[in-house]
Design a protein around this ligand. Structure first.
Ligand SMILES: Nc1ncnc2c1ncn2[C@@H]1O[C@H](COP(=O)(O)OP(=O)(O)OP(=O)(O)O)[C@@H](O)[C@H]1O
Length: 493
């Protein structure tokens, strides 16, 4: 394989078996990688020979090869300027592959049980429950990457599996905007090209032409980066995701055997005290998704803790952390959130390095990935906006003497855009799906349980004329709709 260190030169790298080429990109740079011959993959997604794959938006990733060099050499051309690049032959991929094999056996067993076929070689008394994995670990342990690799291996197995990938890490962005919790069935390998689209493109914001690996996620909006900010709301949304999945499984027993993998925030993996919020949220996941395997990525203390708490009811496995995982700091994460919102509105735009013309982003042609958002002026009365709980509460000291707080952490509180200090300018809003058409079925907190159909940004608020300007990926009318505001803001620059 090869990399280019000047704008015209291309570097070639020859990878030994079970080694990987790791790279990190600086802001504003891109990288094109072409597999010249052999077999290689990026976090479990195979590269096709001869195709240029583009990476951008400060992407940090690795190209791994199982079989490597001669006679079946994995040569790659790399064009662009990574700020860091090196080859490592110390990877945890063999451990991850073993895990995949064990999971594959669980899927086969579950399918066999579903069809009532007799057991063959393996233990007939073995658990035939479909696989339901929770991945936990501290910050920068590579949780999302492990989830991606395991899901990609499952869909590559050629058995027609389409596992569910559940994201309960609000900072991840996944297929929506940062602040969302979501789930999607994965039918084809998830590409890696940019942290703006860490799990590939979703069909909801991408052009319809983009169909080969677009996903249809189900999204709830939490609206904040930190799960500590409103754990009661996170708990509620986790249970909503769980209920949705259970309902889907009722109608899709074949899909159920593919299993599910849950990616969690790093706040679940590191904390202090036995009673902090993370225990409740881990428990909420275990219950909501009926977890039967917990994977602990590279953290002894957390592994012991999970063994003690859950070891008697489910399997807890510690897996190694990859030395390639990059420490992401706060400012990097903020830039990524900006990339994600920009990508949500404008599509995935990665300018290829000089000299590269026929490139693909995760296998998709470049022209198919551009979107044109619309900016619309609406009346304050068109859109009803809520904030959930705590943020909108006055401090206790401001309450009348003797009064007790009546707002709960998950009470939806209307936000009036006419109030200066409403906090709506530049705010990211989650647009809710319509409420139950049957009035009798409605309830006060229903908006907590509605999914998100899209995201909006308020780019201008004109209080005298009671109007605001909204940026949205499409031009649908907002009249009569309801949206939720959290703490994410974005400015189009
Ligand atoms: N083997 C590798 N080589 C190079 N980069 C890698 C490798 N594995 C992971 N990374 C990168 O390291 C970064 C952190 O990995 P990842 O997002 O999987 O960790 P995480 O534990 O989920 O993070 P968080 O702290 O946000 O929960 C990502 O940019 C990812 O692409």
């Amino acid at each position: 394989m090869s990399t280019e260190q000047s704008s015209t030169a291309t570097k070639e790298w020859n990878l030994e078996p079970e080694s990987e080429y790791r790279f990190e990109l600086d802001p504003g740079t891109s990288l094109a990688i072409k597999l010249v011959r052999g077999h290689a993959e990026v976090f479990g997604a195979e590269l096709a020979e001869g195709k240029q794959y583009l990476f951008g938006s400060e992407c940090k990733a690795a190209v791994y090869t199982w079989r490597g060099s001669r006679p079946d050499a994995s040569d790659k051309h790399v064009t662009g300027h990574p700020s860091t690049e090196y080859v490592s032959d110390e990877t945890p991929m063999a451990a991850y592959a073993n895990l995949h094999i064990a999971f594959e056996q669980m899927r086969v067993r579950a399918l066999r049980t579903l069809h009532g076929s007799p057991a063959h070689d393996d233990d007939p008394a073995a658990n035939a429950e479909p696989l339901r994995v929770l991945v936990v670990g501290p910050e920068n342990s590579g949780k999302t990457t492990v989830c991606k690799i395991l899901v990609n291996y499952a869909v590559r197995a050629g058995q027609g599996w389409s596992p569910l990938l559940v994201n309960v890490d609000p900072t991840e962005g996944a297929w929506a905007a940062p602040g969302a919790l979501s789930v999607a069935p994965v039918h084809s390998p998830l590409p890696t090209s940019s942290p703006a689209n860490p799990l590939g493109s979703a069909a909801t914001s991408a052009p319809t032409a983009l169909s080969s690996n677009a996903l249809l996620p189900l999204v709830y909006w939490y609206g904040h980066a930190d799960t500590k900010r409103n754990p009661v709301l996170v708990d509620r949304l986790i249970r909503n995701l769980g209920d949705n999945i259970a309902e889907k499984y009722d109608f899709d027993a074949e899909g159920k055997v593919s299993g599910l993998i849950v990616d969690t925030p790093s706040s679940f993996g590191a904390g202090t005290g036995a009673n902090d919020h993370r225990h409740k949220l881990i428990k909420a996941c275990v219950d909501a998704f009926k977890i039967n395997v917990i994977l602990v990525v590279g953290h002894e203390k957390l592994n012991v803790e999970m063994q003690r708490t859950y070891g008697s009811q489910l399997t807890v496995v510690k897996i190694p952390k990859s030395g390639g995982v990059v420490e992401l700091d706060h400012t990097y994460r903020e830039r990524i959130h900006n990339y994600q919102l920009h990508t949500y509105m404008y599509g995935q735009i990665i300018p290829p390095p000089p000299g590269i013309t026929q490139a693909t982003v995760g296998g998709e042609a470049l022209t198919e990935l551009t979107l044109a958002p619309s900016s619309t002026v609406i009346s304050f009365d068109d859109l009803t906006i809520f904030r959930i709980g705590a943020e909108s509460m006055a401090p206790s000291s401001a309450l009348p003497i003797g009064a007790t707080r009546v707002l709960s952490e998950i009470q939806p509180v209307p936000v009036d855009p006419a109030q200066s200090g409403s906090g709506l300018l530049n705010a990211v809003l989650g647009l809710l799906a319509p409420p139950n058409p049957d009035e009798n079925e409605r309830y006060e907190e229903e908006i907590l349980d509605l999914t998100i159909t899209g995201f909006l940004i308020i780019t201008h608020v004109d209080i005298p004329h009671r109007k605001m300007t909204i940026l949205a990926p499409n031009q649908g009318s907002l009249a009569g709709k309801t949206a939720i505001v959290g703490s994410y803001e974005w400015q189009d620059q």
